[in-house]
Ligand binder design. Sequence first.
Ligand SMILES: [Mn+2]
Length: 390
Amino acid sequence: MQRAAGFALRRVSHLWKTQVSARTHYGDLFSLRLTELFRTAILFAFGFAFAGDGSPAGRQTAKGNHLRVRIFYHDRCFDGASSAALFSRFYRERIRNDVEFVFSGLLHRAGALFNETHFDGDENAIVDFKYSSSPKITWWFDHHQSAFLSPEDAAHFEQDQSNRKFYDPDFKSCTSFIAMIAKERFGFDPLPVADLVHWTDIIDGALYPDARTAVEMKAPAMKLTMVIESATDHGFVPRLIPLLASKPLAEILQEPFVAPLLPPLLERHQRSIAILRDRTQFQDGTIYFDITDHDLEGYNKFIPYYLHPESIYSVGLSKSTFRVKVSVGSNPWARTEPRVNLAKICERYGGGGHARVGAVSFDVTQNEAARKAANEIVEELRASVRTPAT
Ligand SMILES: [Mn+2]
């Protein structure tokens, strides 16, 4: 089963790479023709589908003929919120203008990830989150290595002909992936959102020069990340999303509904550094810590590497109201290149992520199961450091 999933994944990413590399290999002229062709075909398809009363599903909303587009995004994540922002801007500029967007956050949790009754838009998009084979999902963008819940989902994606579902695990952020597809295939101008794209790549790809920069959090994008990751009010991120694609990040921080959140969070950040300094156990290149007795989910994930610069991996156990989370990461500044694929380890426990960072979510009542998984993963990583595979 695991092997089948891995195989399907490789095929999917291979297929996608073939399409992308056609652009790079055949030069600009070919690329322009390809793009134009795609755009014409897609705009034609949309024009056709939306002709008449202007609502493809034949539904009228409160705003008359306005189309309702529900966008599901990876919640408590800067890249997730930015992906929703960029997708909505692209949609409005290149697909259809008279739309009403509704933003819904999705979180990894134990059990079913999707409630299909929530797919109630005239169009439903998922960005920076797992694939759903529901026919109600009309757009999908993701860059996580663990993007498919099952081999069946991967096969479903492979057969998709809509040209509205896109996957590439090589992209640093889903936001930069959406920007590229929107530009190349739909003629979107990414210039006004260039700063957002730049920062999502840095933040999601952990492209900081060192752990100190990652922990000091000076840049507005990093402060916004902290606010998004620790937001408890469900209305907060949906309110923030439209600003992300339309205002400079430093100005968003000044917004009256954002500014007051910062000082207590920065204070909590300093406190979390002290707690982690106390709790981290470092051995065989691997850090382990358990902070389930503190309300610290959303702590800056680079603190462990800041405290132990010589580390390669970290495994942390944290708790929120609805889940116990095992976070598995690798030190972006490690002197020895991490060799273990962390997404694969997390998939074995029902989680997922990227090769360099992953997580497993357990139900909040499953404390012991989570601790057992964390300990096993720590042992596996420490063993891999003691005896590197040749
Ligand atoms: Mn992402």
